[in-house]
Write a protein that binds this ligand. Sequence first.
Ligand SMILES: *[C@@H]1O[C@H](CO)[C@@H](O)[C@H](O)[C@H]1NC(C)=O
Length: 362
Amino acid sequence: MKSGAVSCNGWVAAAALLLMSACFLKVQSQAPSTALVPAIITFGDSTVDVGNNNHLSTIFKANFPPYGRDFKNHEATGRFCNGKLATDITADTLGFTAYPAAYLSPQASGKNLLIGANFASAASGYYDGTALLYHAISLPQQLEYYKEYQSKLASVAGSTEAATIISEALYILSTGSGDFVQNYYINPYLNKLYSPDEFSSILVGSFTNFINELYKLGARRIGVTTLPPLGCIPATITLFGQGSNGCVARLNSDAQSFNKKISSAVNSLTKKLPKLRIAIFDIYQPLYDLVTSPSKSGFFEARRGCCGTGTVETTVVLCNPKSVGTCANATGYVFWDSVHPSEAANQILADSLIIEGIVLIS
Ligand SMILES: *[C@@H]1O[C@H](CO)[C@@H](O)[C@H](O)[C@H]1NC(C)=O
């Protein structure tokens, strides 16, 4: 009892110190930005795409209502959400007053590049075949764009300042769900070729390559999200749940085993790359808790998304301006469409993201 109290006090003191140093950093780097990191650079899929797919010929787009209806100016930016993504909320928390632009958008130019850029593309994945299948931007191509960004940044900021931005920026990588849900589980060829475990290993191999490349390009603070509970997503329950309304255990177990592999890959990377700070953002547990006990966090609906039928469409085709049945207020819904969390759920994911990411910014 007593030692519990002591360690709790110790924890509070540590947290207070962290906050104090965070405030100190804020004061130190007053101009021009008061954010805790100079820039945020994002790679991945629809969980973090802020509009790159608007500029591609793919069916995976979200630049029409009702997407974005709770976003600033009710704008459908291309985010797969009614409002903010978890990473938008993280940017708010870190002190950003604007969001890094989608790299393929006209906004990604001039001084806007100073706060970073977003290279993510809905329907992309760790497995290049997933992006290829849906005409999305693969991770190697996202890296090519990032190299291009670096030279543009150098011409805007000068090479010294650009180098500082590159090494102090927060890098976020969030992908992998589509490799399973939109590829492996429905692709007889991949299914025959690999067990889920073998497929996971291939994905994690691609992850390791990606981090090595990113490190070579100067990244030092990287956060990577885990897979969510793949079996608890409305669309996967409908497609793979065999009529049951509960989470699909087989899919969740695939996600957990993938997450273990990512975690040991992160440990190896840490040993190999001396200046790398890397954190795992666990999406699995907070989302699993939300889906299995929604009311504990003030939600009332976890089985169907707010938009459209909210239960089956794995593409966005059925969540569109003509969708029938879209809910009036997404606040109580864990999912916005049949695949993507609502802004309200993203708020909860962002809370745990910032706790797990504190090692990257302190
Ligand atoms: C949705 O409901 C929440 C909680 O009941 C409320 O705070 C919010 O203002 C509502 N939003 C809209 C757009 O009606």
